[in-house]
Design a protein around this ligand. Structure first.
Ligand code: NAD
Length: 476
């Protein structure tokens, strides 16, 4: 066996400042009534930078700046001119993509090959795609002259920091809104670099405002009476609190929440291809993926073959330095998330499921979790019901297609699902019966800006991406 030589990506392309202010009205400013917190590299626990924490008055300043920009500049601006700014931002993202990818991997812990080859190309594609809509809104199917809503408050999670920012900001600006965005407290750095890109693109002041902070800052933002629209991606628990806070106001709300997707492998599926899909479904981005295929439903007659092949494949996954180009699985994003993954995995063992991980050496510093599968899982187990949001797969079996569908739908969530089979008719039959916003067939975790994404049930409401993604930002 040949060993891989280290292939680290250089971090010299990133110019980290020791501290960052809030980005309000086109400038970086100190917080008025907030404090500060540190953003760390989860792979080494090294402090990357000191970040401003926005307080109530800072949120007030940001919302006011967004309102003025909406009334005076962005709202009245013709769509074809808004498009020029969005195209410019998209091109700068492409030009600076290496810098953004390295910074994303440093702050989030995801492997560089994912931030470089998945996150960044999708971020740029999102801005290009919505730039194209900005002057064609009257053809989007929402009436002859659809109007923007005004000021959008946007709160995002840490698993795809820049991609979630793109999903939020690109459609909002294309539709003519201005925004105040709060990134997650563990991954604020690429959003702050995006603020610099807005300056570089000469985006008018106040159109995009970035207020960093934790849950209290997010709450102050979504509860601010001056916002017209709230867009949230994060946990179902916080989503519920936001829905309660917004109920009875005139604010329009979209929620993108958690998931517990079934990845269904039928007995006629090509096994090697399915195994690649299972690995991609649960180990991509350390399993920190809302639509992760975290429940494998495999037909009983092929279960042994699939599992044997899966274990062989998992033994080849390389866990370690996110900046190494050979790394498949990087660091867990935070100590808190690692504790949650451990707690749920321990519950899996305690409830009687059988746990397996390949032999793998984990670095001493930082937050790490070996890729893990549980077999012998039943529907009642916590690991079959709760979102683990880590590299942990629960394996269940089924005998008939009807049983597969019933088990797949037996969850409070409904974000995504996967189907592996040789037969087109079986794909259609199954997809028709699955209660999930996205159903992938013979593939998994494929994203495209032209395609709508969103949930059923406790996975949220509203759609992001595609023509549908404009609706949440228009007065229709
Ligand atoms: P989280 O809900 O804890 O935090 C998300 C964001 O909300 C953070 O920016 C946080 O600071 C902020 N926040 C926390 N409390 C708040 C409050 N009371 N009011 C306003 N804002 C508040 O979620 P997380 O742990 O960062 O992210 C993981 C979750 O996100 C998972 O459940 C995952 O499934 C979900 N997610 C969903 C999608 C999707 O598109 N459906 C995409 C990515 C992640």
């Amino acid at each position: 066996m040949f060993e891989y030589a280290p292939a680290p990506e250089s971090r010299s392309v990133v110019d980290l400042k020791p501290s960052y202010g809030l980005f309000i009205d086109g400038r970086f400013v100190d917080p008025t009534d907030g404090g500060s917190f540190k953003s760390i590299n989860p792979a080494s626990e090294e402090v990357l930078a000191e970040i401003a924490e926005g307080g109530g008055q800072d949120v007030e300043r940001a919302v006011r700046a967004a309102r003025t920009a909406y009334d005076k500049v962005w709202g009245p601006m013709p769509g074809r001119d808004r498009a020029k700014y969005l195209f410019r931002i998209a091109r700068i993202i492409q030009e600076r993509s290496r810098e953004l990818a390295v910074l994303e991997s440093l702050d989030n812990g995801k492997p560089i090959k994912e931030s470089r080859d998945v996150d960044l190309p999708l971020v740029a594609a999102h801005f290009f795609y919505y730039a194209g809509w900005a002057d064609k809104l009257e053809h989007a199917g929402f009436g002859p002259d659809p109007k923007p809503l005004g000021v959008a408050a946007q709160v995002i999670p840490w698993n795809f920091p820049l991609l979630m920012l793109a999903w939020k900001i690109a459609p909002a600006l294309a539709a003519g809104n201005t925004v105040v965005l709060k990134p997650a407290e563990t991954t604020p750095l690429t959003a702050l670099l995006f603020a610099e890109i807005c300056q570089q693109a000469d985006l008018p002041a106040g159109v995009v405002n970035i207020v960093t902070g934790a849950g209290d800052t997010g709450r102050a933002l979504v509860e601010h009476p001056g916002v017209d629209k709230v867009a949230f991606t994060g946990s179902t628990e916080v989503g519920r609190a936001i829905a309660r806070a917004v109920a009875g106001t005139r604010k329009k709300l979209t929620l993108e929440l958690g998931g517990k997707a079934a990845n269904i492998v039928f007995d006629d599926a090509p096994v090697d291809q399915a195994v690649e899909g299972i690995v991609n479904g649960i180990f991509f981005n350390q399993g920190h993926v809302c639509c992760a295929g975290s429940r494998l439903l495999v037909q009983e007659s092929v279960a042994d073959r699939v599992l044997e092949s899966l274990k062989r494949r998992m033994a080849r996954l390389r866990v370690g330095d996110p900046l190494d180009k050979n790394t498949d699985i990087g660091a867990i994003n935070s100590a808190a998330q690692l504790a949650r993954i451990r707690e749920l995995s321990d519950a899996g063992s305690a409830e009687g499921a059988e746990r397996w991980s390949p032999a793998c050496e984990l670095p001493e510093r930082g937050f790490w979790f070996a890729p893990t599968i549980f077999t012998g899982v039943t529907q009642a187990h916590r690991i079959a019901r709760e979102e683990i949001f880590g590299p942990v797969l629960s394996v269940l079996t089924f005998r008939t297609p009807a049983e597969a569908v019933e088990k797949a739908n037996n969850t409070p969530y409904g974000l995504s699902a996967g189907i592996w089979t040789d037969k087109g008719s079986r794909i259609l039959w199954t997809a028709d019966r699955l209660r999930a916003g996205v159903v992938w067939a013979n593939t998994f975790n494929k994203f495209d800006p032209t395609s709508p994404f969103g949930g059923y049930k406790e996975s949220g409401y509203g759609r992001e991406g595609g023509r549908h993604g404009l609706e949440g930002y228009l007065n229709v």
